[in-house]
Design a protein around this ligand. Structure first.
Ligand SMILES: Cc1cc2nc3c(=O)[nH]c(=O)nc-3n(C[C@H](O)[C@H](O)[C@H](O)COP(=O)(O)O)c2cc1C
Length: 178
């Protein structure tokens, strides 16, 4: 079984990441969730700890790593990096190589030879925005595997491309990538 690092950014679809982590853990994977500050407004680190059996990380300044370097320690030990859901903001940060928080640093420190999956979730206008499309293109060129988005109703009450895929589709993509 594999060690999977799950980055959770602040989308209305965050609840689906709890289900993804729960199933991965039930399948025997060792799962560690890393929440952005925005994500903690929608879901809690405790929810992820409950379903994974591991502490969830939500900041850099009380590290679990004895040397204080969670951003290196967790990047080195994981086999696969999954960002679910990925906001427009998070896609932009990763595409530009910015690291204002733990998830950003992990995205930079994670070896590019290992599988990195990203699962966008946003309003259709946001997804269609040229800046977001440019960032998606950059991420694909950098080797990120995209899972979705798909067309359908979004949490904001609109309809179109931007809806996050279902949890089951994320799990299939992870199995394929491992
Ligand atoms: C209730 C709520 C739901 C949101 N859902 C989304 C979303 O689905 N997709 C998105 O790109 N941004 C969404 N946002 C905006 C992001 O949370 C915001 O851009 C934030 O800065 C993202 O930070 P992060 O990428 O560090 O998590 C939402 C904001 C709120 C308040």
């Amino acid at each position: 079984m594999s060690k999977i690092l799950v980055g959770v950014s602040g989308s209305a679809a965050c609840f689906k990441a709890v289900a993804v982590c729960s199933t991965l853990a039930q399948e025997g994977h060792e799962v560690t969730a890393v929440l952005t500050e925005a994500a903690t407004g929608l879901v809690t680190p405790l929810q992820f700890a409950c379903v994974t059996g591991n502490p969830a990380l939500d900041h850099e300044w009380e590290p679990l790593d004895p040397a204080g370097m969670d951003h290196i320690a967790f990047a080195r030990s994981a086999d696969l990096f999954l960002v679910v859901p990925a906001t427009a903001d998070r896609m932009g940060l990763i595409a530009q190589g910015l690291a204002p928080d733990l998830l950003g640093s992990l995205a930079l420190a994670f070896e590019v030879t290992k599988p990195r999956l990203i699962v966008p979730a946003m309003n259709p206008e946001m997804w269609a925005n040229p800046a977001v499309q440019r960032n998606a293109q950059t991420l694909k060129q950098d080797g990120w595997i995209f899972v979705g988005p798909v067309s359908g109703p979004t949490a904001c009450g609109e309809e179109g491309f931007g809806r996050m895929v279902e949890s089951a589709d994320v799990l299939i993509a992870v199995q394929r990538a491992l």
